[in-house]
Design a protein around this ligand. Structure first.
Ligand SMILES: NC(=O)C1=CN([C@@H]2O[C@H](COP(=O)(O)OP(=O)(O)OC[C@H]3O[C@@H](n4cnc5c(N)ncnc54)[C@H](O)[C@@H]3O)[C@@H](O)[C@H]2O)C=CC1
Ligand SMILES: O=C(CO)COP(=O)(O)O
Length: 326
């Protein structure tokens, strides 16, 4: 099993900064890459990141604006938004050493190409080794050192284990897997379903409806996952059901919070990345291409796209024909 000592995190937003802290806690040499030279300089002197208020950056965390410096690390974690992954990888790829593990930490599916996160990595850096990290984990919780568990998948089980050893600690517990596709489908779909759960809460449909929507949401996530080759144990694990439960029930979730605002007819929270908005149209295109019925995700995509009102979408879901559970 390889052993790794250095980690670079690309993307100095909330999640990238929290993950950089994780790697420091695990005892690695860590560099955090910020795209803007100005924010790299500011973070270096203030030891704060406005995207993660209240978190003191570790004294030994290096912050850089030089992509070539970041590319020298033995492990790369990419924590940009999903739709920015290709751009970040394109800048990084020419500097990477062969076979460097590049771990996708974003949750989404690429517009236009329908590519999952590790597929974008493989397309932009064919000599790198893609992996994925996903699970129920708010950046703020992770940055505060609260206990969290996630799934970390790579095609090669030995590599997945080695990445877990390099990043894991008592408060950040990755479970290793080789089911890359299962991990990335769970992370992408849960954001769309969290918007639906938020809408139900914002519309005051009640706790029972919230539980029913979350469960039926899981059912469609699992249908798509299985059609795409994911394993059941992944779909019911941390990166699937675990993250879905968190995001469909916690006000900390930006996707859930967006749904609540929509349900109330209030303006969406400002300056907050809600990946489900970008994932919804691609997710339903992907589902259609696999002949998979995803009524809840379809309703979210139609609401976000302005094709249907929230009331009409709710009516549509409630009047679907009765059928066997599954
Ligand atoms: N915030 C959270 O609690 C969690 C977020 N995630 C996922 O992580 C991803 C990022 O989310 P956040 O960090 O919360 O968003 P954010 O909006 O706080 O930060 C995104 C960062 O990416 C940077 N960025 C954008 N394009 C870039 C590029 N080409 N090169 C380098 N940096 C670039 C931006 O400058 C910004 O600093 C999303 O896919 C999200 O779903 C996953 C787990 C937890
Ligand atoms: O992915 C997350 C928790 O696992 C963060 O959720 P939001 O992006 O909805 O805030």
């Amino acid at each position: 099993m390889p052993s790794f000592n250095s980690v670079a995190v690309i993307g100095a937003g909330a999640w990238g900064t929290a993950l950089a802290g994780v790697a420091v806690r695990a005892g690695r040499d860590v560099v955090l890459y910020a795209r803007s030279a100005e924010s790299a300089t500011r973070m270096t002197s203030s030891r704060q990141n406005p995207r993660l208020p209240g978190t003191q950056l570790a004294a030994n965390l290096e912050i850089t604006n030089e992509i070539a410096q970041a590319a020298r690390a033995e492990i790369i974690l990419i924590a940009t938004p999903a739709q920015h992954l290709r751009e970040a990888m394109t800048a990084l790829a020419p500097h990477l050493k062969k076979a460097t593990p590049v771990v996708a930490c974003a949750k989404g599916i690429e517009h236009g190409t329908h590519k999952f996160m590790t597929e974008v990595i493989a397309a932009t850096a064919p000599d790198a080794t893609p992996a994925i990290l996903s699970g129920p984990s708010f950046a703020d919780d992770v940055a505060r050192g609260l206990p969290t568990a996630v799934t970390l998948a790579a095609q090669d089980e030995g590599l997945a284990r080695a990445l877990v050893q390099a990043l894991g600690s008592s408060t950040f517990r990755p479970y290793h897997s080789t089911d890359i596709r299962g991990v990335e489908i769970g992370g992408a779909a849960k954001n769309v379903l969290a918007i639906a759960a938020g809408i139900a809460v914002g519309r005051k449909l009640g706790a029972s409806a919230q539980a029913a929507l979350t469960t039926r949401g899981f059912s469609e996530l699992a249908r798509l996952g299985l059609a795409c080759g994911a394993r059941t144990e992944t779909l019911v694990g941390l990166s699937g059901l675990g993250d879905l439960i968190l995001s469909c029930s916690s006000l900390q979730s930006r996707n859930f919070a967006l749904g609540i605002a929509l349900g109330r007819g209030a303006p969406p929270p400002k300056g907050k990345l809600a990946e489900g908005v970008f994932t919804a149209p691609v997710l339903i295109e992907l589902a259609a291409s696999q002949n998979i019925d995803m009524p809840v995700s379809q309703a979210v995509a139609a609401i976000l796209g302005g094709a249907i009102t929230i009331d009409a979408a709710i009516e549509g879901l409630l009047t679907r024909p009765f059928k066997a559970e599954g």
